[in-house]
Design a protein around this ligand. Structure first.
Ligand SMILES: [Cu+2]
Length: 336
């Protein structure tokens, strides 16, 4: 590339860093305290887990002969899907067809029979300017939404988020809910027969799903007990390495109730393909019931459902408040 073309290229690259930040999908503060009591059972009675949701064809899981991106249920995922369909694929298609057309034109028009005396042209300033600037502009056009999306994916979520710690093991996942009493979920893949019996996809169904509330930011902390794994959920546009000895953070806000499947996405050993991830996104009240059924507590439960989670609310005091909350009594108390 000629030196005089470097200046516009550098200016264009500088523009990348002024790209507007992509709005993070911060859903309105979820009312953490509006957990409806599942029944009028005695407070000390064990709370039954809500009935598991049924998996849906084509949602949260791959489809036979599918080649497109799964339907997305988060703002980041929807934006990424739009970017793929509206920006990347059209540009890739146009460039491929354009280059193919040029090649065919050169092959036919300038073949030896049609063009016995070739031109000795070796320089054309206009064409050189064009083939330098146009690719730069294309890359800038792709980079602006791309960098915005990247930033949104790693933007930390607020204090009202539900925190899940996902721990990779050879070869299954364990989960902790540190703000909900610290209970643990061990999630192993179901056998083909058992998955079929439950109407779930093979190699993706697990014995214990994790459950998260809909329209609520969920912070996922990933780590590992042995080798590097990766917690990946295609329908949420989330993938994060789980590295022994360190904690990585990602987040998502699922906007649709349902069952979503993912897989470990880092080659981690012989049974890497057999440590799937299943997330159930449920309404807030059902989430509270599920937490109670696991012996956990809802943090920051207060009578006013819209009260923001204050900094004074830590898991311990939050747990105590939950017992007093007028409309969260049964699940919280049952969890004692
Ligand atoms: Cu793994």
């Amino acid at each position: 590339m000629n030196v005089k073309f470097l200046t516009p290229a550098l200016v264009a690259i500088g523009l990348l860093f002024t790209a507007p930040a992509f709005a993070q999908d911060t859903a309105p503060a979820a009312p953490v305290a509006e957990a409806a009591a599942p029944s009028a059972a005695a407070p000390a009675a064990k709370v039954d887990a809500p009935a598991p949701l049924m998996a849906e064809d084509g949602i949260g899981q791959p489809i036979p002969k599918g080649y497109a991106i799964q339907p997305q249920v988060t703002k980041n995922g929807e934006f990424a899907l739009w970017m793929h369909n509206a920006i990347l694929m059209p540009i890739i298609t146009i460039i491929s067809l354009f280059v193919l057309g040029l090649l065919l034109w050169v092959i036919v028009r300038y073949r030896r029979a049609a063009n016995p005396v070739p031109s000795k042209t070796s320089h054309n300033t206009l064409i050189e300017v064009v083939w330098t600037l146009v690719p730069v502009l294309i890359l800038v056009g792709i980079a602006i939404p791309s960098i915005g999306l990247l930033a949104a994916q790693y933007k930390p979520v607020g204090a009202n988020a539900v925190t899940i710690k996902a721990i990779g093991n050879q070869w299954y996942w364990t989960y902790e809910y540190p703000d909900h009493g610290g209970f643990e979920i061990v999630s192993n893949m179901l056998s083909d027969e058992e998955a079929k019996k439950r109407g779930e996809p093979r190699l993706l169904a697990v014995d214990n799903r994790i459950v998260v509330p809909v329209n609520t930011p969920v912070r996922v902390l990933t780590t590992s007990n042995d080798v590097i794994h990766a917690w990946a959920m295609p329908a949420f546009w989330v993938k994060m390495d789980a590295v022994p000895g360190r904690i990585n953070e990602t987040s998502f806000t699922a906007e649709r109730v349902g069952v979503y499947y993912g897989q470990c996405s880092e080659l981690c050993g012989a049974k890497h393909a057999y440590m799937p991830i299943a997330v159930e996104v449920v309404p807030q009240a059902q989430f509270a019931q599920w937490v109670a059924s696991k012996g956990g507590t809802m943090p920051g439960a207060k009578p006013a459902a819209t009260a923001p989670v204050s900094e004074a609310t830590n898991p311990k005091t939050g747990a105590e408040t939950a017992v007093d909350a007028t409309n969260a009594t049964a699940p919280a108390a049952a969890a004692q």
